[in-house]
Design a protein around this ligand. Structure first.
Ligand SMILES: [Zn+2]
Length: 300
């Protein structure tokens, strides 16, 4: 089944809710980056949280970049996503595998570390990019998104993100939910939701049991208490191309490019986000150098 994300509000108007099944999305990330269990969980949870955060933005066309670095063994994580269900990302150290924690789960907190920040940059068409960051709450990623929404956006929320990794490193299940409290929510209703979340099985268990995103939200709010507003496909998608990287290369110094031409008779670049490789031969690199010179001349 293809990955998708659902958006809903509760019939009492107190909550907004999002849920996503992202197994294929996280599987693509796992294969592209050859991630091992702890790295898969850390990158996967960040991809899932970012997808839902981007989907929760009202302005269409806005894109977000999420950066997490907690000084743990996986190093930095960078994820880009947009409101149309596209997400891409990478992790500094893809080959991290750790012993399971006390709850027999992947120790994401240890892998990510807690001495650092979660940073979100929002980019929309006609506005300057806006960045805000919060200290990491636990390095478990879900808690960190929750803390970010409460601190930076003043929206009391609950974020659950989960990735189940099989013994052969393939992804068994991946998904999550994001719940936002709307201004009219009563304390009673909020307590009830918190308790439901505590009582319900882990998200990865629900997904392994073939529960849908709709069913996950129904478990939290009850069957007839939701209006589903939208269902949107999601995927790991990178928009890089040989032409785009050529434009980036034309932005570096002419000296550097000429050294590459002389010493390597061309240049190869790898996309951080999807690991695609692009090779520019001598002739192509000469064209890039010409573009770089032109750029320099026109900026004078
Ligand atoms: Zn790419």
């Amino acid at each position: 089944m293809k990955d998708y994300l659902v958006k809903a509000t509760t019939t009492d108007g107190m909550f907004r809710a999002y849920a996503v099944d992202a197994k294929e999305t996280i599987s693509t990330a796992q294969k592209d980056h050859d991630t091992w269990s702890a790295s898969s969980a850390a990158l996967g949870r960040t991809l899932i949280g970012s997808l839902m955060l981007a989907a929760s933005v009202d302005k269409s066309g806005e894109a977000i970049t999420v950066k997490i670095n907690g000084q743990g063994p996986v190093g930095g994580i960078v994820v880009d996503s947009d409101s149309k269900g596209h997400v891409k990302g990478y992790i500094q150290n893809p080959h991290v595998h750790l012993p399971l924690n006390k709850k027999h789960k992947i120790d994401v907190s240890k892998a990510v570390g807690v001495n650092g920040f979660l940073e979100v940059t929002r980019v929309s068409a006609n506005e300057d990019p806006y960045t805000s960051s919060v200290p990491l709450a636990s390095g478990e990623i879900g808690d960190d998104f929750t803390f970010y929404l409460a601190q930076s956006e003043q929206i009391p929320s609950a974020v659950g993100v989960s990735v189940f990794v099989n013994d052969d490193n393939s992804i068994g299940a991946a998904g999550g939910y994001l719940i936002q409290t709307l201004p009219g929510a009563s304390d009673d209703a909020i307590t009830k939701v918190i308790n439901r979340i505590k009582e319900m099985p882990m998200i990865s268990e629900l997904l392994l049991d073939h529960q849908t995103p709709e069913e996950m939200l129904e478990l939290i709010f009850g069957k007839n208490n939701l209006h589903f507003l939208d269902k949107m496909p999601v995927e790991f998608y990178c928009n890089c191309s040989k032409q785009k990287f050529a434009q980036d290369l034309a932005g570096i110094s002419v000296d550097q490019l000429e050294t590459m031409l002389k010493e390597d008779r061309g240049v190869s670049v790898t996309c951080n986000f999807c690991q695609s490789k692009y090779r520019y031969n001598e002739e192509e690199l000469r064209a890039i150098i010409a573009a770089a010179k032109q750029k320099k001349a026109s900026s004078k």
